[in-house]
Design a protein around this ligand. Sequence first.
Ligand SMILES: [Zn+2]
Ligand SMILES: [Zn+2]
Length: 758
Amino acid sequence: MAAIEITARGVVQGVGFRPFVHRLASRCGLAGWVENTPGSVVLHLEGDAAALSRFRALFGPEIPPAARVTRLSVRKAAPTGVAGFTIRASRRDGIALSTIPPDIATCPECLRELADPADRRHRYPFTNCTNCGPRFTIVTSLPYDRERTSMAAFPLCAACRKEYADPTDRRFHAEPNACPACGPRLSVRGGDGATVETDDPIGTAAAAILGGSIVAVRGLGGFQLAVDATNDDAIRVLRKRKRREEKPFAVMFRDIGSVRVAGRITVADEAILHSPRAPVLLVPARPRSPLAPSVSMGLPTAGVFLPYTPLHRMLLDRADRPLVMTSGNAADEPIAIGNGEAMSRLRGIADLFLLHDREVVQRSDDSVVRRVGRGIYPIRRARGFVPAPVTLPRSFPDVVGLGGEMKNTFCFLKGDAAYLSQHIGDLEQAPARDFYEEAYRFFRRFLDARPRAACHDLHPAYFTTAFAERAGADRLFGLQHHKAHIFSALADNGFDGKAVGVAFDGTGYGEDGAVWGGEFFAVDGMDVRRAGHLAYFPLPGGDAAVREPWRTALSLLRTTLGAAEAESAARELFPGISGISIRRVLEALEKKINVVPTSSAGRLFDAVSAICGLCVRSSYEGQAPMLLEGVAARAAAGTYPFTLAEEGGQLTIDWSELLRGTVADARGRLPAKTISRKFHDTLAAAVVAAASLLAESGGARHVVLSGGVFQNVTLLSRVLSGLRSRKLSPLIHRQVPANDGGISLGQAYYAAAQVAGG
Ligand SMILES: [Zn+2]
Ligand SMILES: [Zn+2]
């Protein structure tokens, strides 16, 4: 007789973990118990040595699909002589947010029941079990029990109660358990809010969509707007009403087979789409895709995902064609969650409302990822991911990172776990700021957080910088934006040691007052120092330059070619821009009016995109670089020259010859795809060369890559292979976005180290 104790940490509660252990232990003939403790599940197992090793062999491979074990420890224990195996009641003391799992996509068993006419949950749009269903989005307070979720309004019927209480049942302690007899119901309202009588709400909604209407659907983390993705006119109407001119829409497909018709996907992509997190995945679109051109507006990628609730599944089955599924909001507002809220805020956008009576408590948009290698590379982290923590290499004091202004998230760090909020968005408008404060209070209360420090961006005008005073922390730290990116990547990888950090980004407030965005850092543990950057160039007119990439391009033309030659090149390359506008910008540059120096890699992409004629004016953030990446030819076409120089102790990448080359090629009428490919290859080579030099001089073998520009997988993959060929180990983001959605983690990580260090 022997005994062991296993402790599993990570996403292990509310995901069917204890019933799974119960079944496996019984199968192996082991006695003992399993219980939830704060942040972990503890197993005590007794039996003969062979049974114990059989359990350990089967344990890993059979873990429930929605569970994610980030740490597992096994130790010998003293046998107690216990008989049989039991699931012990939860120990409630001090249980924190770690016990709320993220929302989980409908599992295969529930889908089977949904389609089975003999099952009592046949076509019931709120079917779920311990392996799937809503979690984070229904929680009102802790501990995570039915009474403290929006399911409290639906008392369990006798049949559901029996399942809920049975340790051997798939629905044992499934808090959102429901059936047609006792659970939530659908209803339909017209665009004017008037009740629509129907005994088939999903059929009514599907028919409206097929007729070209825009239907607001109350989903899991809030409302979505559903439109026939093959109907160009309907999508154009949606764009107009939502004031979203060109930014691509995500499309939900009925099944993997229909995804394959529209996008080129690999086996690894299928695994991501089918995963319990069910994110939107960006994939290359097929040339003869059935999707209307207005879905992606010239981008060669498509954001695809699969139904992740029974309601979505049924809607897609009935519509039987891909549907645009975009967040239910007007421009610059957070996603709507309440029925009344949606009917007032989406009035004039939606023609029909498909509603239900289960309150959405936590706003949560769909998550967006790309694939790099076999793994995911997050772009927007929300539904399916939040509030699962990022596990850190060691324990730290309680702190909070407040995030930046765009694509905001915040991050509470507690012990060895970092809890990022869901994607909150751009904090320029009041409704988004309200959402930030509401989510902040929620996380703080749920985590019982008493932050000893709060960390904000250096930018004095950011909302989060002002909010820092109200964050409820003892100390405040300001951290430069791109250092935060590097700390974020270090935390994401649990890396501690010497490295070179590369932060290629749009813009961030620099320590010298310049706009940074193409930075290299020497990393030694928690010491991060700037060691190099892209050569500065003058950025004319701040925000106007971001909206109108031709302005940045003109500045670069002037720097490399001189004012006179720049003017004639600009007239040739930007025929849609008036000569007066061109001269006005040149004049401002000459007199240094409203001009700041920048090292931004993002702005360099903007400029080349404009020079290639792809994006002279931009209608959404990131459009110019995305269009440039989109056209990059697959075959190598040569590179442009560049030089590395040293200036004031900083390694600088001089891009002037690179730019001269792109202009010559553009004026020589070379296709944009060739110029783009040469530009990507050159910039990647420059990054690799600079990183190699810094690695050598600093004795580092690792290179961490962060910043929004590294969402560009064409650039990223070339940098990765370049680094590997130089025997350097690249580290990239895997848990949080490389863009500004990830910096709150870096801020928290930095502040925690400062507090721990005294
Ligand atoms: Zn299920
Ligand atoms: Zn029931």
